[in-house]
Design a protein around this ligand. Structure first.
Ligand code: ZN
Length: 244
């Protein structure tokens, strides 16, 4: 068990890079809410269009994509985010971590100039979903390209080196952000993703308060487990990569 650090200095700008709408809120919503309340400018970068996010075979996929983008914007606002909510629009389930995608992620890192980047841990063992793995690699590889001037010079945007990368769902968590006091905000942001109630949150009927409460309870339990890594009541755990 590695030594666990807590609570980075509050960054001026944070960028969360995710595969799908809702991943950021699950992975680091409490941390972003805490930072936003302290004045951090919060940005979202969502790599796919979320078009596989329904169990209904007759779902209108074009409509679903539009709904999920709106939900993501609302969730960002619920966290206190005032920055960009960028959608790269790659097909859900088919995200690759190739050069074209890396080009786009590096461009946005250079443009947004985050102090801290947050993303999926691409090295988490036995991770099933390829988008989460590939979005994780796009965060790591995008940082390398963004910081070094000879990558993609045609972008005509100055290189940018973030100070830290936090990877959520970490295989080897070694850093916890205290999110006590910001759990309700994380939950409110998660519950903006109404199209995902059934498939992701096990809420069949949004009016069924017991189902919503059970979902909230599962999140609180998980945050309690992650907080316990650092002796905190409620926390979000990450792998911290501090030297970029
Ligand atoms: Zn996802």
């Amino acid at each position: 068990m590695p030594e666990v650090s807590t609570n980075l200095d509050v960054p001026g700008v944070a960028l969360a890079i995710a595969a799908h709408p809702d991943d950021v809120e699950f992975g680091c919503g409490g941390t972003l809410a805490k930072w936003a309340a302290a004045g951090t400018r919060i940005h979202h970068l969502v790599c796919t269009d979320g078009s596989k996010g329904s169990w209904d075979p007759s779902e209108d996929v074009t409509q679903l994509v539009a709904v999920r983008q709106e939900e993501q914007r609302n969730a960002s606002r619920a966290l206190g985010g005032k920055g960009e909510v960028v959608f790269l629009g790659w097909s859900d389930g088919e995200l690759e971590s190739g050069l074209r995608q890396r080009w786009e992620v590096a461009y946005w890192i250079r443009t947004i100039q985050p102090d801290v980047v947050l993303g999926h841990d691409p090295w988490r063992r036995y991770r099933l979903h390829p988008d989460h793995r590939n979005a994780g690699f796009l965060a790591t590889d995008g940082i390398v390209a963004a910081r070094d001037p000879h990558f993609f010079p045609e972008q005509n945007v100055a290189p940018h080196r973030p100070k830290a990368l936090l990877l959520w769902e970490a295989d080897e968590p070694d850093h916890v952000e205290d999110v006590d006091g910001f759990v309700d905000t994380k939950l409110a942001a998660l519950l903006e993703h109404r199209s995902q109630f059934r498939s992701t949150m096990r809420i069949d009927d949004p009016a069924a308060t017991d189902e919503v409460e059970q979902f909230s309870s599962r999140i609180r339990t998980r945050l309690g487990e992650m907080g316990a890594l650092a002796g905190l009541a409620q926390g979000e755990a990450f792998k911290l990569m501090p030297y970029l």
